[in-house]
Design a protein around this ligand. Structure first.
Ligand code: CP3
Length: 356
């Protein structure tokens, strides 16, 4: 019999709930994973972190692989996400990056003028980020036995540019958003270089064996509609088109305030749209064509709520997404460091016990 090949399963050896959901197929229950599922809320993470900086942890493949697997072993999530950070590309381009306690990432040489932008390096990504590819290979050795897929990722160009230009986390991205209009040439140069580097970086992750990819353009939601198309959708589309992805590994795009922009995000060529917590995900489901899967969108702050409240909100999201097809349960943003791991367990168990 001659049947049309289904996107993403050509030559694919791994078959999993997460991949099925990401490819928009009907599923018996939603797969579940959480953004920042490996991190400081886990005692076993803090134990390692006491003796190592975050940067050392990321750059030591054995440690990064071990930490990636911690939440999988403890809670049994349906997908693992590479333990790394979106800013490794910016560092590989020449950004002097450090993570400062209680402050977050800082670049001591922010991009301010055209010369800074021109000097950003785009060559040699394979060598500079080889530690990430080694981590991917180590993780895959462990995960293959568990039949759990590994999600690789990169930052969206706008979001990585936010740190490269502002030099640190910033409440309103004022320096960056002024640059768009006052020095468009500098801004465009940074974005163009980030697109090129991100393509090489994700191609390296694919070659190393990831099973799916995610692009975090967290801060693109600050943009107005026109500039969201120009500086979030267009660069993400260029990246996705530039991938060497013969097995059509599913790709997720995420930004904060993505609800409003969900339909635009379908133009990137991604398979899955990550939805943040502000939106009614059931409503978004009715607006976005069902060939696109959705991921989301429990408010991470609900993990502070009493169990009964948390449980009812998880159930409400599950009810809104029935019958399950092309849906991945997640938070609307990352887990905070002071969350009780038992709350995470409760959510994972609830989703795993939810049948159609
Ligand atoms: O989701 C995961 O578990 C995978 C790993 C991951 C990290 N960062 C680990 C991390 C991923 C996917 C990211 C993405 C990331 N990093 C984004 C986009 C998504 C988002 O959360 O908005 C952004 C904007 C960053 C930049 C970044 N890295 C910030 C602002 C910070 C400081 C805030 C904080 O939580 O401390 C980081 C550090 C960081 N990245 C940590 C972790 C586990 C904390 C490291 C530590 O001190 O132990």
């Amino acid at each position: 019999m001659c049947s049309t090949p289904i996107r993403g399963i050509l030559n694919r050896t791994m078959k999993s709930l997460y991949i099925d959901a990401a490819l928009g197929k009907p599923i018996p229950r939603p797969p579940v994973w959480m953004m920042r599922q490996a991190g400081r809320y886990l005692p076993e993470y803090r134990e390692i972190r006491q003796t190592q900086s975050f940067m050392q942890m990321m750059k030591t493949p054995e440690i990064a692989a071990k930490v990636t697997l911690q939440p999988i072993r403890r809670f049994g999530m349906d997908a693992a996400i590479l333990f790394s950070d979106i800013l490794v590309t910016a560092e590989a381009m020449g950004g002097q990056l450090d993570y400062i306690e209680k402050k977050g990432p800082v670049f001591s040489n922010p991009v301010q003028g055209l010369a800074d932008a021109t000097n950003l390096e785009t060559e040699g990504i394979d060598e500079k980020l080889a530690y990430v590819f080694s981590t991917v290979r180590l993780i895959k050795k462990e995960l293959t036995a568990l039949n759990i897929p590994l999600i690789g990722f990169a930052g969206g160009p706008f979001t990585v540019a936010a740190y490269l230009v502002e030099g640190q986390s910033s409440a309103h991205l004022k320096v960056l958003r002024k640059m768009i209009y006052e020095s468009t040439d500098i801004f465009d140069c940074v974005i163009e270089k980030l697109v090129a580097v991100t393509i090489d970086y994700l191609n390296g992750q694919i070659a190393a064996g990831v099973d799916a990819l995610m692009l975090f353009d967290t801060w693109a939601g600050y943009l107005n509609w026109e500039d969201y198309k120009r500086y979030c959708v267009a660069p993400l589309k260029q990246i996705i088109q530039g991938l060497n992805n013969p097995n059509n590994l599913p790709i997720t795009v995420f930004s904060k305030n993505s609800g409003m922009f969900a339909d635009l995000l379908t133009q990137t060529g991604a398979d899955v749209i990550g939805i943040d917590s502000q939106s009614d995900i059931g409503l978004i489901r009715s607006l976005v064509p069902d060939s696109f899967a959705l991921q989301g969108n429990l408010d991470p702050f609900l993990l502070y709520a009493p169990e009964s409240v948390l449980e009812s909100r998880v159930k409400a999201i599950l009810a809104a997404m029935r019958p399950y097809k092309g849906y991945i349960f997640n938070l609307g943003h990352g887990i905070n460091p002071d969350i009780d791991p038992e709350k995470v367990k409760l959510v994972v168990d609830l989703v795993k016990s939810s049948g159609n």
